[in-house]
Design a protein around this ligand. Structure first.
Ligand code: URA
Length: 486
């Protein structure tokens, strides 16, 4: 029997080197015992087979002299190693061994080893997803000033896997995520990892917590309570570290009486237009039921929206803001870097151009409703910078659900579409800005529309004269829209 002692629980490199050695020496899975050295940590060098034959430790996947493992297997194995199952290293070695005779093995979905490995990999992905959703930072101070610290207990060992996500999302603050397995630290320049910690090492509460709880309680809709769906989305194992979870038992307990109170209130007649839209929505998207009927529901829905994949890389969904009955609605393209972090539309550089032009046109922003065609920030990472990417037609189409809800609720007299993406979303078809800019256009829902430039376009124009002309046209269009809305 060959006993392999791996250096730590996620020692993929150690497993790979040992697996290769054993495979080349013809030591089969039944003769191999995989253990983890309880004393070593992630920070120790990989330790491999106690009694295994040596071969110099080249990579499993690249050994020309002997065998290769497909890339898909290596990817799968890297996930599986993060699972808390004690079986994981033996399972992977069995699969590696069997792959030599059956290179297509991973495609045999009914094979018990393949099935199990895929299940473990899915569990790990799910744990990573939950970690991204449920880490709650609390304010703390150290010698360098304010930092944010979170305590989290992931279902599997996914702290390192998710670290780049948190680095991108919270690039501009110092933070640490403490877990029992490993702690992750971001100091504004690089990620660092230290050994696992104890809950007592993390701050227990901060002043933001009460705001967060108030917010959570206010978006909790008792009439929509579905405890099964809620616990599926927010499994109980995470509750003890979620401040808002303390409210759940009471909110659930009172849901029936609160719903009864809501039902007992005199009904208001929905307008025929709202009823028609609701029927259309429930037909077009029956999995979502009737769409939001208040802006608070839109905001909560946008943040949880999974109608396309853009939520995955964004900090949050950014719904529109402004009075619920604004006469004038502005639609931009999508939140930018700063909007994504702030959770509000048009607060970054494009927002400054917008604010300046609004002031020149005499349009009070506070009396208008400002939103975007797409509610999550689409971007690619270039170094540390998040570079804007134009949303696809499919993404704009998916997000129209929310823009339409905002239009139904706010019922503006005039909608200003800023840029091509906004025009596409407002009219439901490709609408070239150059052809229709600066005119009053009729929309099918009684509202009028004005199409104009996007403020970012004004920022990008290289030629100063062209920039001044476009800016003047933009101010003109804002004035026109305000006049039409009066
Ligand atoms: N650009 C947009 O289209 N919307 C914003 O909210 C910010 C920049």
């Amino acid at each position: 029997m060959q006993v392999v002692r791996l250096a730590h629980e996620t020692d993929f490199d150690g497993w790979r080197a040992a697996a290769r050695r054993l495979r080349l020496a013809g030591v089969g899975p039944p003769d191999t015992l995989w253990t983890v050295d309880g004393q070593a940590s992630l920070f120790a060098p990989s330790a491999v087979s106690e009694a295994g034959p040596e071969d110099g430790g080249a990579q499993t996947s690249t050994s020309a002299a002997s065998f290769t493992a497909p890339r898909a297997f290596v990817d799968l194995a890297q996930r599986v190693v993060l699972h808390r199952s004690d079986e994981r290293f033996a399972l992977l070695y069995r699969l590696l061994w069997r792959l030599q005779d059956r290179p297509q093995l991973l495609q045999v979905a009914s094979d018990p080893d393949v099935l199990l490995a895929r299940q473990l990999s899915r569990d790990v992905d799910k744990a990573a997803h939950k970690m991204k959703a449920f880490v709650r930072f609390r304010g703390a101070y150290d010698d360098l000033g304010e930092a944010f610290v979170a305590w989290f207990e992931p279902a599997h060992r996914v702290a390192e896997l998710t670290a780049p996500f948190f680095r991108t999302r919270f690039a501009n603050t110092r933070w640490s995520i403490l877990t029992p397995d490993v702690c992750v630290h971001w100091n504004l320049a690089e990620l660092a990892f230290t050994p696992g910690a104890d809950p007592a090492d993390a701050p227990r509460a901060d002043e933001l917590e009460e705001f967060w709880k108030t917010y959570y309680a206010s978006i909790f809709n008792p009439a929509r309570l579905n405890t099964d769906a809620m616990t599926k989305e927010m499994p109980r194992r995470y509750w003890r570290n979620l401040p808002e979870a303390a409210l759940i038992p009471e909110l659930v307990a009172n849901a029936r009486s609160r719903t009864a109170e809501m039902v007992a209130k005199p009904a208001t007649e929905p307008s025929r237009r709202v009823v028609k839209a609701a029927i259309r929505n429930s037909r077009d998207a029956p999995w979502e039921g009737l769409s939001a009927t208040t802006l608070a529901e839109v905001a909560a829905g946008v943040d949880h929206c999974r109608r396309c994949d853009l939520w995955q890389d964004a900090t949050q969904g950014v719904a529109g803001e402004g009075p619920g009955k604004a006469r004038l609605m502005f639609v931009g393209e999508q939140p930018g870097d700063q909007e994504d972090l702030a959770g509000r539309p048009f607060v970054g550089p494009a927002g400054q151009v917008f604010d300046r032009a609004m002031a020149e046109a005499g349009v009070p922003r506070a009396e208008t409703y400002v939103t975007n065609a797409v509610k999550h920030f689409k971007h690619v990472l270039r170094g540390k910078r998040r570079i804007h990417q134009t949303p696809t037609t499919r993404e704009v189409g998916a997000c129209r659900w929310w823009l339409d809800a905002e239009r139904r609720i706010v019922r503006p007299r005039v909608i200003v579409a800023m840029g091509a993406t906004a025009a596409h979303a407002v009219f439901g078809k490709v609408t070239p800005v150059s052809k229709v800019r600066g005119q009053a256009l009729q929309l099918s829902d009684q509202a009028q529309a004005v199409v104009t430039y996007h403020p970012s376009y004004l920022l990008r124009l290289p030629d100063e004269d062209a920039k001044a002309d476009a800016y003047a046209a933009f101010v003109h269009d804002l004035k026109l829209a305000w006049k039409l809305a009066a």
